[in-house]
Structures are given as C-alpha cells and as structure tokens.
Design a binder for this molecule. Structure first.
Ligand code: NAD
Length: 248
C-alpha cells in the first residue's frame, strides 16, 4: 500500500482509533490533517511525533458537529494542500444509558457528533473529490449499528445512520470515482471502552470468537486498505473489524 502524494483528513484523529489511523496513513506516505476538538495536547504531540519521523502532518481544530466549522476545516485543508483525497469520519462520542433515563440532549449530542459530523465533513469534501474525480471516504461506524446494544439507543441509531449515509453517498459519488465505505469496529481497546466495568469487559471478550479485544491498529489497517488504490473496486460496503463478534 502506498499513499504517497495523497492528502488525508482524520476527524478526531489525535487519540484512540483516530490516532492509530493518522499514524498508519502517515507511515504509508499520506499528508495527514489531524482534526481535533478538545484534544489539543494530544494533537500537538502527535503532529510533533509524525513530523519528527519525517512524515507530513498538521493539526486543525474543529468541532465536526458544527456545520460552519466543518466547512472551514475542509477549506483550510484545501488552502494548505490544494486537495483532499481521503476523509476518515472517525470522530465520535457515546453517552450510554437506558432509554428511560436518556435525555433528549443525550440523544441529540450523540447524533450530532457521530452522524451529522460525518455528513458535514462529507458534504464539504464531496465537491472537491468530485472535481478531482478521485476520493476515498471512510466512515467509522460500529457493529452495534448493525446488531444494537442495550443502553445505546442514541449511539446505535447514529452508527446505523452512518451506514445508510455511506450507502447513499457511495451511489451518489460512484460516477465521480469517489468510493465511500464504512468500517464497523467491534470491541476495541481505547478510552471509550476502558471506562467500562471490568466484569463487563470480560463478558464481552468471552463473546468474541478470536477471544481478545481489538487494538486501534487493527482498525487502522483496514482503513489504510480502504484509503489505498488496492480497494478501488470496493464502494458502499460495511466491513467489520471485530474478531468475529458479529457474523452475517
Ligand atoms: P475516543 O473517545 O478515544 O476518540 C474519539 C475522538 O473523537 C476523540 O479524539 C475526540 O476528541 C473526538 N471528537 C469527539 N467529538 C468531536 C467533535 N465534535 N469534533 C471533532 N472531534 C471530536 O474513541 P475511539 O474508541 O477511538 O473511537 C473512535 C471512533 O470509533 C468513534 O467514532 C467510535 O464511535 C468508533 N468505535 C469505537 C469502538 C471501540 O470499541 N472503541 C467500537 C466501535 C466504534
């Protein structure tokens, strides 16, 4: 896989899965725009680490749930590098609780970052990729967007919505040689899952055929493939990285 000359935006690209994606795409030669919202220190140290290794990277702060801020993020990237070839919609949050306790604000916030954030960035990048007759958009969904999960009505709705968005956009942009795919991670070791009760973690691991939690790098490897020319004939697909957790 070779991403030399390609420009990639990774939303929420400073920590967790996003960080692993930024590192992987940079190591394959892409110029990385590490988007972040609140993780300023993490973004700065990642950019320093990548540029220190001779890779090309820059951090751009933007709240992707904000339409105008997302537009600015894409415009800043184009202003700096004249193109965007790869967009990874990775930024996400979860506010888990049973529906009886979930507030309207809990629902709206999760939908706004996970689903609208991806739509915002895709909308603004679609024009550029269409004009260039080239692009790869990769949406980080989740297996729970396919099978559901207790305590995550907001998150599952957002992640399922992301799959619908992926398929619709894949059809819209196919004639422009822009591929749009979704990656559905299972149970990956990041801050998002580290906050769970240790007994619950053990229970989930027992339900995974490969018998272990995934690593951010496992997700990044698939994203790298989907970002590369090796996946040029793949669009509108949802691919799980989950140790066999969900099979269909
Ligand atoms: P994380 O909390 O470690 O990272 C999420 C990143 O998104 C952070 O950098 C955060 O600052 C950023 N972010 C949040 N709101 C933002 C906003 N409004 N604008 C810009 N950036 C924002 O979580 P993670 O586990 O690395 O998750 C990354 C993605 O993978 C998320 O979309 C998550 O839903 C998805 N996912 C994670 C798992 C898992 O097991 N960890 C499983 C399935 C899917």
């Amino acid at each position: 896989m070779n991403l030399q000359g390609k420009v990639a935006i990774v939303t929420g690209g400073a920590v967790g899965i996003g960080r692993a994606i930024s590192v992987k795409l940079a190591s394959l030669g892409a110029t990385i725009i590490v988007n972040y919202n609140s993780s300023t220190n993490a973004a700065e140290s990642l950019v320093e680490e990548l540029t220190g290794k001779g890779f090309k990277a820059v951090g751009i702060k933007a709240d992707v749930s904000d339409f105008a801020a997302s537009q600015k993020l894409i415009e800043n990237a184009v202003e700096k590098y004249q193109r965007v070839d790869i967009l990874v919609n990775n930024a996400g949050i979860n506010i888990d609780t049973l529906i009886l306790r979930m507030t309207e604000d809990d629902f709206d916030r999760v939908l706004k970052v996970n689903l609208k954030g991806a739509w915002n960035c895709s909308k603004h990048v679609a024009r550029i990729m269409s004009k260039n007759r080239y692009g790869k958009i990769i949406n980080i969904s989740s297996v729970v967007g396919i099978v559901g999960n207790i305590g995550q009505t907001n998150y599952c709705a957002a992640k399922a919505g992301l799959i619908g968005l992926t398929k619709a956009l894949a059809r819209e942009l196919a004639k422009r040689n822009v591929c749009v795919n979704a990656v559905a991670p299972g149970f990956i070791d990041t801050k998002m899952t580290q906050q769970l009760d240790s007994r619950f973690i053990e229970q989930i691991i027992n339900s995974i055929p490969l018998g272990k939690q995934g690593l951010p790098a496992d997700v990044a490897n698939l994203v790298a493939f989907l970002a590369s020319d090796l996946s040029d004939y793949i669009t509108g697909q949802v691919i799980n990285v989950d140790g066999g957790m969900v099979m269909y």
